[in-house]
Design a binder for this molecule. Structure first.
Ligand code: FAE
Length: 528
């Protein structure tokens, strides 16, 4: 793998330094291949195209996160968020709204292309990462391979043996997936919160399982020993990690740039896709400055177009293209099959003797696995709440097998999309999470926390998701390999292929599916 320094030497530092000004006419910048977005799906496409010797431009609406701010750090922590935290907001919008009902979590900030976005629809808001690396910059790093039987249920047309024999291992290897040392886990103060939740699960007769991660546990142990700068142990996660996290800019994207065939343009948001008479694709992209002002509108042309804007980004682009007539032959299923991966967040209040510890690692390493319970399948991560103080809270992100799906529709007034997700659909996830955690509370004589999610005494945070999935589902909006129906040389490689649920955290699945798509496309579609 190419080290980041090497990648920087081969192009990373040039990112975003295009010289055109608003006064200049829009010129068409051509490349054989263009990738929209630099999250997991986009990064896999970029690396494999670059390795195949195909000159590729990646267009990313967020910034490159490699320049320290005045505090000497690239990213800010959850404890002291500043403008770097959120995508053009005047106040942070963290998932936990309050603590002891007090508005102490969020802070006023100034407008800036920060790293975490919360995209709000009528009944659901969606957290996504913005920047070179997409969601890998802000996520919890849990790198879980889905249960084979559930993967087969969700992707009945995909060769499961090939996925588990080739593409999942390939994805895990390039992502740098590793696991916490069990002996260290049992002894360190930083995972006391996890051990307490494990005990309560065991008291209920429930199974727990370790979950692997893309966070470097060697680095984390050095953080604990005081020989490395604290990141996971320094309250860094949803606004970025300054150390330890193997985000995509250090893995897939560094290697992509190392091929010498890939260039990444930052702060450029694609808003239109059309097809020229010769079959090539023409993109319109707005380049913004640090205040969000559009300083240039650019045009790009390419033969092969890969969509890696994530479930929201890719689906919005395709729904708009179909409804405004620039790609009218797109399938009617584009925009549908969207789900939240059944996400619900909740907290439990522990007894005074069950201290969870003032020191908590931000990287979860364990989950309560009750997916095999066919009456109520739930996989619940044991999540940290690192405040630096003892608070007796056990926090969880429950992934429930909620079968509800929603569709996006085009809003001609704004040019954006609406999401048809309803509160009743979220209630299905809540009911499943509640069934599991009522059992845990009953077995341990504990209660829920009522003070964490705002609006008087909300127990279950069912109004946001970290796992937007679907919108351009594999085998429906695309063929069995992500080729978009109705158009040749147009591909989806991101989370919009996953039909609304995968039962575990999705980054490994998205990466492995993208690897599968790229192997097939490069073998069959790009031959001269
Ligand atoms: P994604 O990573 O979202 O990348 C899309 C990229 O495209 C972004 O960089 C966008 O800025 C960019 N983009 C979008 N539209 C445009 C456009 N029009 N023009 C130019 N650029 C555009 O997509 N998953 C796990 O497996 N484990 C975890 O522990 C975990 N924790 C999470 C914690 C948080 C706070 C969040 C927000 C997510 C978490 N996830 C986790 C979810 C995971 O990060 C997510 O499923 C993947 O990042 C999705 O990958 P995609 O390639 O689909």
């Amino acid at each position: 793998m190419v080290a980041l320094q090497t990648a920087a030497a081969s192009g990373l530092t040039r990112i975003g330094l295009q010289s055109a000004s608003a006064a200049e006419p829009a010129a068409v910048d051509n490349a054989p291949a263009i990738v929209i977005g630099s999250g997991y799906g986009g990064a896999v496409a970029a690396l494999r195209l670059g390795q195949a010797g195909i000159r590729t431009i990646v267009l990313e609406m967020g910034r490159l996160w490699n320049t320290p701010g005045s505090d000497g750090k690239v990213f800010c922590s959850t404890a002291a968020p500043d403008q770097r935290s959120m995508w053009f907001r005047t106040r942070t919008e963290a998932p936990l709204a309050t603590f002891l009902w007090l508005d102490v979590v969020n802070r006023d900030i100034s407008l800036y292309p920060g790293v975490l976005d919360r995209v709000r629809f009528a009944n659901m808001s969606v957290f996504v990462g913005r920047g070179v690396g997409g969601g890998s910059l802000v996520n919890g790093g849990m790198a879980v391979t889905p249960l084979r039987s559930y993967f087969a249920e969700q992707f009945p047309t995909v060769d499961v043996n090939e996925m588990y024999g080739t593409y999942f291992p390939r994805a895990r290897s390039v992502l740098g997936v590793n696991s916490v040392d069990p002996a260290w886990f049992e002894s360190t103060e930083w995972y006391r919160f996890t051990r307490v939740s494990r005990k309560h699960a065991q008291n209920t007769g429930l199974r727990t399982t370790f979950v692997p991660s893309v966070y470097d546990f060697g680095h984390m142990q050095r953080e604990a020993a005081g020989t490395a700068t604290k990141s996971a142990l320094g309250q860094e996660v949803i606004y970025g990690n300054n150390h330890g996290k193997r985000s995509l800019d250090k893995t897939y994207l560094a290697s992509a740039l190392g091929t010498g065939n890939v260039t990444i343009h930052t702060l450029e948001k694609v808003r239109g896709i059309e097809r020229a008479a010769d079959g090539t694709y023409v993109l319109t992209a707005d380049r913004i400055d640090a205040t969000g002002k559009v300083i240039e509108t650019k045009q790009y042309g390419c033969t092969y177009l890969f969509l890696g804007g994530g479930s929201l980004g890719t689906t919005e682009l395709l729904v708009r293209a179909r409804e405004t007539g620039t790609l009218p032959a797109l399938d009617a299923s584009v925009g549908s099959g969207w789900g939240t991966n059944g996400n619900v967040m909740l907290g439990r209040a522990n007894h005074l003797w069950d201290t969870v510890g003032a020191n908590q690692s931000t990287m979860p390493v364990m989950a309560i696995d009750d997916w095999a319970n066919t009456a109520n399948p739930v996989f619940a991560e044991i999540a940290p709440l690192p405040t630096g103080l003892e608070h007796w809270v056990s926090l969880y992100l429950a992934l429930t097998k909620n079968p509800q799906r929603a569709s996006f529709s085009y809003d001609s007034g704004t040019g954006g999309v609406r999401l048809g997700w309803t509160a009743a659909q979220s209630a299905v996830s809540v009911s499943m999470a509640k069934k599991l955690f009522d059992r845990i509370n009953s077995a341990n004589s504990t209660i829920y926390r009522y003070d964490l999610f705002g609006s008087p005494s909300k127990i279950f945070a069912d109004d946001f998701t970290y796992h937007p999935l679907g919108g351009c589902v594999l085998g429906r909006a695309t063929d069995n390999y992500g080729r978009v129906k109705g158009y040749s040389k147009l591909y989806v490689t991101d989370g919009s292929l996953v039909p609304g649920s995968i039962g575990v955290n999705p980054l490994v699945t998205i990466t492995a599916l993208a690897e599968r798509t790229m192997a097939r496309v490069l073998a069959e579609d790009t031959a001269p």
